[in-house]
Design a protein around this ligand. Sequence first.
Ligand code: SAM
Length: 231
Amino acid sequence: MVSRLGFIGIMRKADFAQARADMVEHQIARRGVREPLVLAAMARIPREAFVLPGWEEEAYEDQPLPIADRQTISQPYIVAYMIEAAGLRPGDRALEIGTGSGYGAAVMAAIAARVYTIERHAGLGETARQRLMELGFDNVDVRVGDGTLGWPEAQPFDAIIVTAGGPKVPTGLREQLAVGGRLIIPVGESLHRQSLVRVVREGLTDYREEDLADVAFVPLIGEAGWNATER
Ligand code: SAM
């Protein structure tokens, strides 16, 4: 027999699963994200496990939500859009700058072979590491530090996704792409409005750059980003 608490737990789990399926259909697929790998990953990862305690009911809303240190967990659609734009494939080695809650890294890890993710706020980084471990992700490495410098020991990467907006594409990140690798990054002169840019490394010294969409991300703070005092 299922206890009352157990029953509520089961109900909530079923509700979250339904909310997740609705999110994939209405917010993501219907807006044009078609890659089956991305849709399947978004349908698998329990977003309610990545939001602040008390915010679980809002986890599948069509918007970013607050997390600690005045940062945000990105809107589900933009997470899916960026991963599709990065052309993430099984077997890829991927780098994420801006771990935040760990949600984006989890979605990437459901597709790629290995995900490296860097967060500048120690508290966020440690919480995300613990959470990803408890959820059973053994193919994600979390580092606390300045992601604008990349993760030189783990390069080259097939895909790099930056989840905060900087004034320019950090040279160090471009150089850590494998040939054929894709970098997705919000870039703009304003602290809070950017253009989402895709950089493809076409050769040892050749890069192709294109604008994908107008976006609004939190600032990328670091040596090759904004100064901490500018935010
Ligand atoms: N991917 C995250 C998620 O799924 O929750 C969303 C992250 S939030 C939109 C952007 C994150 O980038 C923030 O947590 C912020 O602290 C982090 N950040 C900003 N500048 C950074 C830097 N230079 N290195 C690493 N993380 C940085």
